[in-house]
Each structure stands twice: as C-alpha cells, then as structure tokens.
Write a protein that binds this ligand. Structure first.
Ligand SMILES: Nc1ncnc2c1ncn2[C@@H]1O[C@H](COP(=O)(O)OP(=O)(O)O)[C@@H](O)[C@H]1O
Ligand SMILES: [Mg+2]
Length: 508
C-alpha cells in the first residue's frame, strides 16, 4: 500500500483553495464581496477617527474574460486614518494580519477581507494591486503588491513616495479582478443603499462600469462615539486565554492579576471570587499548576456574581442616527426606533437596535422587508438562516393587527465585539438564545408602538367615513324636514356637523 504523504499549507494557501468560505463563491458573488470588503475597511478607517466617511468606489470595464465574465478594475478611495507605510504590504498581502484583533467593535474581525479581494484579483487576472495611503503626514506612500500565496507573504514590486501637497489623508486601493457585474448589480446597489441607511453620516459614491453615477449623500454629520478597547470578560475566558494572560502578566498575586486583566473586576469582586474558588489572594499566578488553571477557568464560568460587561467597547448607532438613516433611505409614513440595553452571550457584550417602518417609501412585497445589519454592515445573503428571520416568523403578528401584505420594513442591527456569524463570509447570525431573546423583546416593543399607530389610523379612517356620511345626508335631511314642516328657512346644520366633527378633528 502507498504511504500517505503530508504537507503543510499557509493561511493564504488555505483561503486560495477555499475561497467559498470567505464569500468569493462565483464571479458575481466575488465582485460583490470585493466591493463590500474594501468599503468595510474604509468605513472602519474613517469611523475609528470619528471622521464622517467620504468613500468613492469605481468599477471600470477592462475587457472580456470568458463568455459570461469580464475583467474589471476596482478602485476604492477613502478619507480614513490611512495606514503607516511599514504596515501596508502585510495589511494587503498577508492573510490573517490585522489591526482589529482587539476587544472592541469593528466591521473587520478576521484579518481576511481586503486580502481575499486582492488574492481573488491576483488569481483571476495575474496582475498586481496598488495601495496608496497617507496618515496625514507630509508623505504619501504607494505600493505595487502581489501575494506570495504559498508563503503567505507580500511581494513588493514597486514603492513610491510622493509629497503630500494637498494635506490629503486616506487610502486608495486599486486592482483588477474577474467578475460578472451584470448579475451582481442588484445586490451591489442594494448594498450601497443599506450601507447608507446604517451609516447616515457617510457620503458614498459609486461609478459603475457603464459610467452611471450612484450617490448616497450623508444626512447628518453626527457620529456615534468610537468604541474603546476592553479587557476580556470572565465569562468569556477559557484555559487557553487564561494561560496567555498568566504568561504576560506582571502582577505577582492573584488579586492584582484578576483586577488588571479582567473586565469589570475590582477589589471586591476579585476578593469574593478568590474566596469562592478557594485561592489565596497572595498566590503568584505564574505558580499555578495546569490543574489549578483548569479549575480556575471552570470557576470563572461557575461564579454567578461577575458584573455584566459595560458597553464602552461597542459603538451602536443610537436611536437618533437610526431614525435619520431609515428616514433618509425609506422615507416612511411612520417609524419607530428602539435600542435595547446592552446584553451578553458567552462573555461578549452586544446591543440590539430595531426599527419598524410603515408606509411611505417602504415597498409592499407581500411579506415584510427585512433589513439586517451587524456592526453597521448590511447582511444581504441567506436571510432565512438568520436568527432574526426566525424571530420575525415566530411572532404572533395578528396580535399586533399586522399583516405581511402591509408595507412594513423591519430593521435589525446587532453590534458586538464578536458578532456570532456562522461563516467567515459574514452573511447571517447564529441562533444564540441570548441574541434571539433580545431581538424578540425589541421586536415586540416596536410592534406594540406600530399597533398603536395602526389602530389610531384606523380610528381616524372610521371617523372620516362617519363624518362623510353625516355631511352627505344631514343637509338633505334638513331640507326634507323643512319641506315636510311647511317651513321655508332651512336650519343651519353647520353647528351640528361641527359638534360631531370635533372628536375626529382632534384625532387626525
Ligand atoms: N482603507 C483602509 N484604511 C486604513 N487601514 C486599512 C484600510 N484597509 C485595510 N486597512 C488595514 O489593513 C488591515 C487588514 O484588512 P483586512 O484584510 O480587510 O482585515 P480586517 O479588516 O479584518 O482587519 C486592517 O486591520 C487595517 O488595519
Ligand atoms: Mg476588513
């Protein structure tokens, strides 16, 4: 029998072989995913500095590739933080290299998206990518890059330094890729519209291969507070993480170690927890045996009195901005927005924000229009697999006097330091009981308010109808009775009409 042969592959080789799991499934999905990944990077880069983003995306036709696919050049330019030149090659040429492996809310999480786009472009067109960036200093750096896929390292083909005469700051990424824009177009345009909805402070411009210009102008310059980095919450810490924390700590006693490394653990909580797990506060954490570390990690999960995480590491949109965004893109007749208090799953804080929009520009589709967002990213694929879809389907809508054929849009936004995505393609949210409960509670609240609005509207409608009948028949009755009574002067019925009208007028 032949012997098995073994080999090792790099992270970029793995994603080169398994592009599907990062969302680069076919030429249509790939072009959508490339635009989306670069936009997310640009939005993160502007938001982290609290700069209202100005993002310009241009897709231009370069030539035919196959019968159904074309070669396009994609260019994305932003006014964000910029990247320091020494990090540019790896940021775009080394898979799993990121500045976002931190405990705070960002769109990027895996250190993968931008590289996947560049890698896909490289393997489909064999051309290099251009990255130009400036952090606001006097020089602009421009790199011509490719990825050495087998070694997972950037290859720098050229490097230029320019003088920053116009005080520019931001990043421009440009590369060619194969794709099917015609098939991807509806999703790409929907992506822009929804991104504008959940980032109402952003200016987004898109020029498509036909030269058509799509502009989404900001409706406000108010922005949410950028998130701050946080320490791990005890409920989210396992043995591996505990070992890493012990390795790097400079604390030489357990009390100090707990206070210095865990989110919301102060003197009292540390003391109580150490009592609970029968550990001496003066013990040196570096002296813990493996068994003691395992028990320590188990006790972290068992102890019920840790304080819940605070939300400073999150950057939700807030009710005002959510209202501004939905109004800007949907212009509904009626809108309720609602933000839940922070909650947690497995030690990760999260916040659910919800809006329900009725009438006006909301399309009528025979079923509710659902807009799903996670960390301000629109999720456009696999709706039926998302926890929010289940929550919406499980609602007893009749109780709220709501029917699926009404023009209703439901907007759900979850933000977290770790959004429970089911795939690295970031398409849908896993069904976590804590997330499901928060979403269901939020949905009930906005639906209750919609129900009030609808019944008030129905009331007004009925009242108008009643008044209509009165004003139609009263003059005739008055005329008829005058005639019957042999009188000539028809009495003034205006007063009577006014008295029945009073209630209705107040309501409308
Ligand atoms: N437009 C940009 N502006 C500033 N920094 C960027 C930009 N695009 C990418 N980066 C940097 O490159 C890193 C890698 O990006 P990416 O591969 O998309 O992974 P991720 O966004 O998950 O970190 C980011 O963490 C960020 O530091
Ligand atoms: Mg990214």
């Amino acid at each position: 029998m032949a012997q098995a042969t073994f080999e090792e592959i790099s992270a970029s080789d793995f994603f080169y072989r398994n592009r599907d799991i990062a969302g680069f499934t076919n030429p249509s999905r790939a072009i959508f995913a490339a635009i989306r990944e670069l936009m997310e990077n640009s939005l993160d880069a502007a938001e982290s500095q609290k700069i209202p983003p100005d993002i310009y995306v241009r897709l231009s036709f370069e030539g035919e590739a196959t019968k159904d696919t074309q070669i396009y050049k994609l260019r994305v330019e932003d006014n964000g933080s910029g990247i320091q030149p020494r990090f540019i090659p790896s940021a775009f040429g080394q898979v799993l290299y990121s500045s976002k492996y931190k405990l705070k809310q960002t769109r990027g999480t895996f250190g993968l998206g931008g590289k996947m786009a560049v890698l896909y472009g490289q393997v489909t067109t064999h051309q290099a990518a251009m990255v130009t960036s400036c952090t606001g200093q006097s020089k602009i750096y421009s790199f011509k890059l490719m990825i050495d896929i087998q070694r997972n390292r950037p290859i720098i083909l050229d490097r230029k330094v320019l003088i920053n005469k116009d005080n520019w700051r931001g990043t421009i990424v440009e590369f060619s890729l194969e794709g099917d824009y015609l098939r991807a177009m509806p999703k790409i345009l929907e992506y822009f519209k929804q991104t504008a909805m959940v980032n109402p402070y952003a200016n987004l411009t898109f020029v498509d291969p036909k030269g058509r210009l799509y502009k989404f102008t900001r409706g406000t310059t108010a922005m949410p507070e950028p998130p701050s980095e946080t320490l791990p919450h005890p409920y989210g810490v396992d043995v591996e993480l505990l070992q890493r924390l012990i390795q790097i700590t400079t604390e030489n006693n357990m009390a100090g170690f707990l206070k210095g490394n865990f989110h919301r653990v102060g003197d009292i909580t540390a003391q109580k927890f150490l009592d609970f797990s029968q550990l001496s506060p003066s013990k040196n954490p570096k002296k813990l045996s493996h068994e003691e570390i395992v028990r320590f990690a188990q006790n972290l999960k068992k102890y019920t009195d840790f304080l819940p995480p605070d939300a400073s590491c999150l950057s939700p949109l807030g009710e005002e901005l959510l209202r501004a965004g939905v109004t800007k893109e949907l212009n509904p007749e009626y809108l309720v927005v609602y933000q839940r208090k922070p909650s947690t799953y497995a030690g990760h804080p999260f916040i659910v924000e919800m809006a329900i929009a009725y009438g006006g520009g909301v399309p009528k589709r025979g079923s509710f229009v659902i807009y799903r967002f996670a960390n301000k990213i629109p999720l456009l694929y696999d709706e039926a697999s998302d926890v929010s879809y289940r929550v919406i389907s499980a609602m007893n809508w009749r109780r709220y006097k709501v029917a699926p054929d009404m023009p209703i849009a439901i907007v759900i936004h979850i933000c977290s330091t770790k959004v429970p995505y089911k795939t690295v393609g970031k398409e849908f949210i896993a069904d976590r009981p804590e997330v499901r409960r928060e979403e269901a509670n939020a949905l009930r609240e906005v639906s209750r308010q919609l129900q009030h609005f609808l019944s008030r509207q129905e009331h007004v409608h009925m009242e108008k109808k009643r008044l209509g009948i009165f004003s139609k028949y009263l003059p005739r009755i008055a005329q008829f009775s005058t005639m019957l009574a042999g009188e000539t002067r028809v009495p003034d019925i205006e007063k009577l009409l006014k008295s029945v009208q009073k209630y209705g007028a107040e309501e409308s």
